[in-house]
Write a protein that binds this ligand. Structure first.
Ligand code: NAD
Ligand code: ZN
Ligand code: ZN
Length: 360
């Protein structure tokens, strides 16, 4: 058992705080990771706002890279000293999806079996089954994916959630291909990663849509060929104008609110694909003309974690980064200390950052 500091969300809507937490020695199949960097993702804020679970207290943080510090009995995939990215999907191999060869839809993804706790012994639930705003994090060994240690942790950690979600929304869920037109709604960390993914896939036209002009400048740097400021009004017509009057082949909603989902739906070409990767709040609803759902054809898809398989995709993304073909550094707006997470939420809400990254 080790005592370290961690960022805890104690109750719905309340500010997060740094608290002492107890991290058990790894048991069978578990690993303890010395976290070197962990990004602040919008999903952490969703947890703090009570939009995901009421299971407080919650240890936040889930976009992390670090070094394996200790492994439990029976762990074979990693060893002490390995440089790893933490994954919130570690397919079980035996659920109905895994058994049918679709492990990215695994319904029983693996997590550590022992809880990390507060000093008073109360068990912490972990953001996305990880909990990595802490110097040491206990995970299932399969959640620790070994990657090339030349990638700096501030950049590599982001692959563990936002980058993978965005890249995968374009490459895996949306299956963007050469010559496609793509519109991305919301150019935050996830949306810009979707833009970068569309560029890697060889898309012809990549349209970044946001209500914040600063985000549109960054979207261009990641590969948007055009940008639209939606604060000026509905962007659907402008997207049609940029796509020969037809709409985009793939529309990716990286905000996750009814307004942007409807825009994505109507900005899509016939037989195109809508990908919802932004996470809606539980009270949100949409209404669509059913005839349009039918008549436009194509596919309305959701993207959980970019339909990724971490052991397949993380090392490849790091490889693209090290080859200079994917600018992971461009997502790191600032590095902050562990007690800077609450401030970082404010900066995220004010649109000042793509990612604030806690470094230890
Ligand atoms: N599906 C997944 O597996 C997965 C993984 C990670 C994050 N997410 C979700 O993705 C979403 C985006 O995360 P992020 O970290 O990039 O957040 P972020 O806050 O950095 O970015 C959101 C962006 O949307 C823009 N925006 C807000 N309202 C808009 C509107 N009406 N029209 C256009 N743009 C608008 C904001 O200006 C901002 O640039 C969140 O909902 C997050 O929870 C999903
Ligand atoms: Zn499974
Ligand atoms: Zn995340």
């Amino acid at each position: 058992m080790e005592q370290v500091k961690g960022v805890v969300s104690g109750s719905k809507g309340a500010s997060v705080s740094v608290q002492s937490i107890l991290v058990p020695d790894p048991g069978p199949g578990e690993a303890r990771v010395k976290v070197q960097a962990c990004g602040v993702c919008h999903t952490d804020l969703h947890y703090r706002e009570g939009a995901i679970t009421n299971d407080y207290p919650i240890l936040l943080g889930h976009e992390a890279a670090g070094v394996v510090e200790k492994v439990g009995p029976g762990v074979e995939n990693i060893a002490v000293g390995d440089y790893v990215i933490l994954a919130w999907r570690a397919p079980c191999g035996t659920c109905r999806s895994c058994q049918r060869g679709r492990p990215w839809y695994c319904f029983a993804s693996r997590n550590a079996s022992q809880p990390m706790t507060l000093e008073n012994g109360s068990a912490l639930s972990n953001a996305l089954g990880i909990g990595a705003f802490t110097e040491l994090s206990l995970v299932h060994a399969d959640q620790a994916v070994k990657v090339d240690s030349r990638a700096r942790p501030e950049a590599a950690g982001l692959v563990g959630c936002g980058i993978m979600a965005g890249l995968g929304a374009a490459l895996n869920t949306g299956a963007v291909g050469r010559g496609d037109s793509v519109a991305v709604f919301g150019c935050g960390g996830v949306g810009d990663a979707a833009i970068a993914g569309a560029k890697l896939a060889g898309a012809h036209t990549i349209i970044g849509v946001d209500i914040d002009a600063r985000k549109l400048v960054q979207a261009k740097a990641f590969g948007a060929t055009h940008t639209i400021d939606a604060s000026a009004g509905d962007p659907v017509e402008a997207i049609r104008d940029l796509t020969g009057g037809n709409g985009a082949n793939v529309c990716i909603d990286a905000v996750g609110i009814p307004e942007t989902y409807k825009q994505a739906f109507f900005a899509r070409d016939h037989a195109g694909t809508v990908v919802l990767v932004g996470v809606p709040n539980p009270d949100m609803k949409i209404e669509l003309p059913l005839l349009e759902v039918f008549g436009r054809g194509g596919a309305l898809k959701s993207s959980w974690y970019g339909d990724c398989l971490p052991t397949r995709d993380f090392p490849e993304i790091i490889n693209l980064y090290l080859q200079g073909r994917l600018d992971l550094d461009g997502f790191v707006s600032e590095t902050i200390p562990l007690d800077g997470v609450e401030d970082a939420f404010g900066k995220m809400q004010r649109g000042e950052v793509l990612r604030s990254v806690v470094v230890f």
